[in-house]
Design a protein around this ligand. Structure first.
Ligand code: ZN
Length: 268
């Protein structure tokens, strides 16, 4: 982790606005009613985000958005960069563990929340985003993706989303072994379980610190956050950083596990 920059409230919203590479996301960012902007606002209302550049390749599969640290990335295909950031922001907007209104989750409950969060972020950035922006698909992957199998609904959006969710759950449970797309989704879900195994042991500590910071940052309070709260959170991150990598042990273990395997292009 290097070049760490902290953004809060209006600066954060503007910084995210500067990251978008396509007109679809740029225009949506400026539309308060778009799902994209609603997601950005939800993130900004929960507190600051830290953006950083990777200093070690093992950080790529770390999923540090969990503790509000987002890796800066640029993909060769501009629209894929947008999908990456939208995926990460959806994670953060829906991150339940850090909500101080909830009880701190047990380790088992935490596992469940990770799967749920990944489901929401994946369906948004891999399927629903093409429903929001019919022109986007031509700008992303030059091969068949799972979203190509579904028509964008003309009505009853929420119920259509639920149908897609059920189709996804079916792939987790009983994929078609002859279907490479279903198998890659299935494999990614299995990787998620392994990731939980490595990170479960530190989950309560991280979530506890996140709950505390969000207690100082909820909604309108973000503007008046005590800088000391931010400094203490940054100190917690620094104390758990070894050779530039936060939670190096967990990060390295999962990296070793995924080495040589291909996960979806922008997954986070
Ligand atoms: Zn994810």
């Amino acid at each position: 982790m290097k070049n760490v920059r902290r953004y809060i409230r209006t600066d954060l919203v503007n910084h995210i606005g500067s990251l978008w590479q396509t007109d679809e996301f740029r225009n949506a960012h400026n539309d308060p009613n778009s799902p994209i902007r609603k997601c950005v606002d939800a993130v900004a209302n929960k507190g600051p985000l830290w953006f950083y550049d990777m200093s070690d390749p093992i950080e790529r599969t770390q999923f540090s958005s969990w503790w509000r640290h987002v890796q800066t990335r640029h993909y060769d295909i501009p629209a894929v960069t947008d999908l990456y950031y939208y995926h990460e922001l959806t994670h953060i907007a829906n991150h339940r563990n850090s909500n101080y209104k909830c009880e701190l989750l047990s380790e088992d409950e935490w596992d469940g929340s990770v799967y749920e969060e990944e489901m929401i972020a994946s369906l948004e950035s891999e399927v629903f985003v093409y429903w929001y922006f019919p022109t986007l698909r031509a700008k992303t992957f030059p091969f068949e993706i799972w979203a190509d199998r579904f028509q964008a609904p003309t009505e009853k959006l929420e119920s259509a989303k639920w149908d897609i969710r059920e189709a996804r759950v079916k792939i987790f449970r009983e994929p078609n072994f002859d279907d490479p797309i279903e198998m890659s989704i299935h494999k990614y879900n299995n990787q998620n379980m392994i990731w939980c195994n490595y990170w479960r042991g530190v989950s309560r500590e991280i979530n506890d610190k996140l709950r505390w910071i969000e207690l100082h940052c909820d909604g309108l309070w973000v503007d008046t956050i005590n800088p000391k709260a931010l400094e203490q959170f940054e100190q917690f991150i620094a104390e758990n950083t070894t050779e530039g990598v936060v939670f190096r042990k967990q990060t390295r273990l999962f990296h070793e596990y995924t080495k040589g395997t291909i996960i979806t292009a922008f997954k986070g």
